[in-house]
Design a protein around this ligand. Structure first.
Ligand code: SF4
Ligand code: SF4
Length: 341
């Protein structure tokens, strides 16, 4: 393990920026967001960025390829823009885990080469949550906010930032920071981890459990009559899907741009009435079935197809953002169980 005095954080960022395009969370009018680091940029002290770091790997919209016709032939135009290695500093434990969930979707065969190339180029420096929020429930999904994943796991304790490499990419990144870091004993960060564990145990959602969800629950939960009541106030705005670090649905369209055709993709939402609409019609014709789909996917279908891994990381963004205060926590409380029940 390495450590860097917090007073030298700026030097650490400058050293990182020599090798990578570096993004750190900074505060803005609409909360914090990952922004390109420049000298003097202040790291946000908010817990989570308003939008998850998912955008760096699976952007909200992107041009995939272009087509140009030359008589009878069609030329494919490569529109990829990702060329440089980049580093994200300050990714929280929940968001780091969300990338492992997206990996299962985009890197399984046939892999998504756009996503894969960004994952290859990006190095993730996570940061432990010294002050988890009241809307956090990552521990319900087995995530430890004091030991975030990623390539380099960081925690602030006392006067230092402690950095532990978890992958080869992380080790290579840390080697480039030798001028601003020194070796240390990993036990030095333990007091802070214990503090975090105590804080987490007192959070309002600390008793939330995945009991009652997961593999083998499709028949029982799909036909539960309480979906109608749970979904009654949902206005289908899709905000919950757009702030979610694990939502992965998208649409692909072609359009003419004057000099040819461009194929682009953009995020879509299972909460929308025209989602997956086909010539034969719409498979889910009311908001209750759309609402049920979103939560069944995260809590039952995804774990069923992914070795028991749930499709939610408890980041709490949907809890904070839903305009009618409906969210996955209420679904879990209504249809599932609490710890020790
Ligand atoms: S659950 Fe809330 S945020 Fe999600 S679509 Fe319904 S109203 Fe919008
Ligand atoms: S469902 Fe809500 S709490 Fe779970 S990962 Fe998505 S935004 Fe976060």
């Amino acid at each position: 393990m390495k450590r860097c005095p917090l007073s030298r954080l700026e030097d650490l960022f400058a050293a990182l920026a020599e090798s990578y395009k570096l993004y750190i969370p900074t505060d803005g009018e609409k909360g914090s967001s990952f922004t390109l680091w420049s000298e003097g940029a202040e790291i946000s002290r908010r817990l989570n960025t308003a939008r998850p770091p998912k955008d760096f790997f699976f952007p909200q919209s992107e041009d995939l390829m272009g087509f140009k016709t030359h008589g009878q032939t069609v030329e494919l135009v490569d529109l990829r823009t990702e060329k440089e290695d980049f580093a994200l500093f300050g990714v929280r434990a929940c968001d780091a885990e969300s990338l492992n969930i997206l990996d299962r979707v985009f890197l399984s065969e046939p892999g998504d080469s756009y996503y894969a190339s960004r994952r290859e180029k990006g190095v993730i420096f996570t940061l432990a949550c010294n002050k988890p929020a009241e809307t956090c429930f990552c521990t319900a999904f087995g995530i430890d906010p004091s030991r975030p994943g990623g390539d380099v796991s960081c925690i602030e304790c006392g006067e230092y930032l402690y950095l532990e490499p978890l992958t080869q990419k992380g080790e290579a990144a840390l080697e480039r920071l030798s001028a601003v870091t020194e070796d240390c004993d990993s036990a030095e960060a333990e007091p802070q981890r214990e503090k975090i564990a105590k804080t987490v145990s007192r959070l309002p959602l600390a008793d939330l459990s995945t009991e009652g969800f997961g593999e083998g629950k499709t028949d029982e939960l799909f036909s539960d009559e309480r979906w109608a009541e749970l979904s009654r106030c949902c206005i289908g705005c899709g905000s919950c899907t757009f702030v979610c670090p694990t939502c992965q649905c998208y649409d692909i369209k072609d359009f003419k741009n004057g000099s040819g055709v461009v194929r682009y993709r953009c995020w879509d939402s299972c909460m929308y009435s025209d989602f997956t609409k086909m010539s034969a019609g719409q498979p889910r014709t009311d908001q209750t079935s759309r609402f049920r789909q979103r939560f069944m996917h995260k809590l039952v279908y995804f774990p069923e197809n992914n070795d028991g891994v749930f499709g939610c990381v408890g980041c709490g963004r949907c809890v904070a953002k839903c305009p009618v205060s409906m969210n996955i926590v209420k679904v879990m409380r209504t249809l599932g169980g609490k710890k020790d029940e």
